[in-house]
Ligand binder design. Structure first.
Ligand code: PEP
Length: 248
């Protein structure tokens, strides 16, 4: 089955609403009016979500949140629910990004947040990945299988169409140190095999993330199990993000 590639830009804690609006105008102009071959998304911070959704309205570029809380509402100071994200005009969310996990998000919360997002009608990019310590200890496969088993336990067959998994080795995120295409492919194939036990692995999109740039994007995304990329730093400039979209 042919899987449509997906390229998503994670802005992390960058860009105000005004900056998001300027970015949207520039990226829309760079990508032109026609339909895009890959699916393209950007993930602004919460405060710029509604502005970005409005600025990308009518384009082929989706707007996703970077995180969410599993509760529908309540006493959760500083948190945002799936319904709030949808009301802001976003159509999906990242779940389980390693920077959120490092700040204390547990596997149980990742699973609950994944379920809450799907229940609210949002698409999800679930992030998994190992630390350098785990990789050097030869624990990568086991670790990925554990993260996936926990998160995918809440996903039902058929929901793979609204879910993508981003394999992001933590040691490659924001470090300028990219996994070699072979290392990436091995992990991506493993993720597909593990997820395939539960979901339709041929339909599921699996992205590589970790210091993707216009220079390395084509080779990484050409791997047989890579269906696109989750891009952090190199998505902050519209021209650089456009080059990665083109590579896909
Ligand atoms: C990310 O934020 O998911 C990411 C992969 O960041 P970077 O591309 O900067 O490594």
């Amino acid at each position: 089955m042919a899987r449509r590639p997906l390229v998503a830009g994670n802005w992390k804690m960058h860009k105000t609403g005004a900056e998001a609006r300027a970015y949207a105008a520039e990226l829309r102009a760079l990508l032109g009016r026609g339909p895009l071959v890959p699916e393209v998304a950007v993930c602004p911070p919460f405060t710029a979500l509604a502005t970005a959704a409005e600025a990308f309205d009518g384009s082929a570029i989706a707007v996703l949140a970077q995180a969410l809380h599993e509760a529908p509402q309540g006493a959760h100071t500083g948190e945002i629910s799936a319904a709030m994200i949808a009301a802001a005009g976003a159509t999906g969310a990242l779940v389980g990004h390693s920077e959120r996990r490092a700040a204390g998000e547990t596997d149980e919360q990742v699973a609950a947040r994944l379920r809450a997002a799907l229940d609210a009608g949002l698409d999800v990019i679930l992030c998994v990945g190992e630390s350098l310590e785990l990789r050097e200890a030869g624990e990568t496969r086991l670790w990925l299988a554990r993260q996936l088993a926990s998160a995918l336990g809440v996903v039902a067959e058929g929901e793979e169409r609204r879910l993508a998994i981003a394999y992001e080795p933590i040691w490659a995120i924001g470090t300028g140190r990219t996994a070699t295409p072979q290392t990436a492919q091995e992990a991506l194939a493993h993720v597909r095999a593990v997820a395939g036990a539960k979901l339709d692995g041929t339909a599921l999109r699996i992205l590589y993330g970790g210091s993707v740039t216009p220079d390395n994007a084509a080779e990484l995304m050409a791997q047989p199990d890579a269906d696109g990329a989750l891009v952090g730093g190199a998505s902050l400039e519209p021209a650089s993000f456009r080059d990665i979209v083109r590579a896909a």
